[in-house]
Design a binder for this molecule. Sequence first.
Ligand SMILES: [Zn+2]
Ligand SMILES: [Zn+2]
Ligand SMILES: [Zn+2]
Length: 82
Amino acid sequence: MAGKCIFCGSSSYGSCSYSPHGKHEHNDDEKHCVYCGSSSYGSCSYSPNGKHKHGSGGNKCRYCGSTSIGSCSYSPHGKHEK
Ligand SMILES: [Zn+2]
Ligand SMILES: [Zn+2]
Ligand SMILES: [Zn+2]
Protein backbone atom coordinates (compact mmCIF):
# COMPACT_ATOMS: atom_id res chain seq x y z
CA MET A 1 0.00 0.00 0.00
CA ALA A 2 2.15 2.84 -1.23
CA GLY A 3 1.53 6.53 -1.44
CA LYS A 4 -0.88 9.11 -0.19
CA CYS A 5 -3.83 11.00 -1.66
CA ILE A 6 -2.55 13.71 -4.03
CA PHE A 7 -5.33 16.08 -2.86
CA CYS A 8 -5.25 15.73 0.91
CA GLY A 9 -2.25 13.56 1.83
CA SER A 10 -4.33 10.84 3.48
CA SER A 11 -3.22 7.24 3.16
CA SER A 12 -6.82 5.97 3.02
CA TYR A 13 -9.14 5.37 0.06
CA GLY A 14 -12.72 6.44 -0.60
CA SER A 15 -14.51 9.78 -0.23
CA CYS A 16 -12.23 12.83 -0.21
CA SER A 17 -13.56 16.31 0.49
CA TYR A 18 -10.53 17.94 -1.15
CA SER A 19 -10.78 16.04 -4.42
CA PRO A 20 -12.52 17.59 -7.49
CA HIS A 21 -14.12 14.20 -8.25
CA GLY A 22 -14.90 13.36 -4.61
CA LYS A 23 -12.52 10.42 -4.17
CA HIS A 24 -9.04 10.06 -2.78
CA GLU A 25 -6.58 9.60 -5.62
CA HIS A 26 -3.14 8.27 -4.87
CA ASN A 27 -0.03 8.89 -6.89
CA ASP A 28 0.56 5.18 -7.19
CA ASP A 29 2.57 3.05 -9.61
CA GLU A 30 1.34 1.15 -12.66
CA LYS A 31 0.77 -2.00 -10.59
CA HIS A 32 -1.92 -0.50 -8.37
CA CYS A 33 -5.22 1.32 -8.72
CA VAL A 34 -4.88 5.02 -7.77
CA TYR A 35 -8.35 4.94 -6.16
CA CYS A 36 -8.18 1.76 -4.06
CA GLY A 37 -4.66 0.29 -4.25
CA SER A 38 -5.82 -2.97 -5.84
CA SER A 39 -3.56 -4.73 -8.33
CA SER A 40 -6.52 -5.88 -10.45
CA TYR A 41 -8.45 -4.24 -13.32
CA GLY A 42 -12.17 -3.73 -13.87
CA SER A 43 -14.90 -2.48 -11.53
CA CYS A 44 -13.71 -0.31 -8.67
CA SER A 45 -16.08 0.82 -5.94
CA TYR A 46 -13.76 3.69 -4.96
CA SER A 47 -13.35 5.11 -8.44
CA PRO A 48 -15.39 8.17 -9.56
CA ASN A 49 -16.07 6.43 -12.87
CA GLY A 50 -16.42 2.89 -11.49
CA LYS A 51 -13.21 1.47 -12.96
CA HIS A 52 -9.83 0.73 -11.48
CA LYS A 53 -7.24 3.11 -12.85
CA HIS A 54 -3.60 2.26 -12.29
CA GLY A 55 -0.79 4.76 -12.09
CA SER A 56 1.11 5.57 -15.26
CA GLY A 57 4.30 3.74 -16.14
CA GLY A 58 5.58 0.80 -18.14
CA ASN A 59 3.77 2.07 -21.26
CA LYS A 60 0.68 0.09 -20.24
CA CYS A 61 -3.00 0.98 -20.39
CA ARG A 62 -4.03 2.41 -17.01
CA TYR A 63 -7.39 0.60 -17.14
CA CYS A 64 -6.42 -2.90 -18.30
CA GLY A 65 -2.63 -3.20 -18.38
CA SER A 66 -2.46 -3.88 -22.12
CA THR A 67 0.47 -2.50 -24.10
CA SER A 68 -1.57 -2.20 -27.29
CA ILE A 69 -3.50 0.83 -28.55
CA GLY A 70 -7.15 1.17 -29.57
CA SER A 71 -10.41 0.18 -27.92
CA CYS A 72 -10.40 -0.91 -24.30
CA SER A 73 -13.28 -2.77 -22.67
CA TYR A 74 -12.19 -1.65 -19.19
CA SER A 75 -11.84 2.04 -19.95
CA PRO A 76 -14.74 4.42 -19.12
CA HIS A 77 -14.15 6.20 -22.43
CA GLY A 78 -13.61 3.05 -24.50
CA LYS A 79 -9.95 3.59 -25.34
CA HIS A 80 -6.73 2.41 -23.78
CA GLU A 81 -5.10 5.21 -21.83
CA LYS A 82 -1.40 5.30 -21.06
ZN1 LIG B 1 -7.91 12.65 -0.39
ZN1 LIG C 1 -9.62 0.54 -7.79
ZN1 LIG D 1 -7.02 -0.71 -21.75
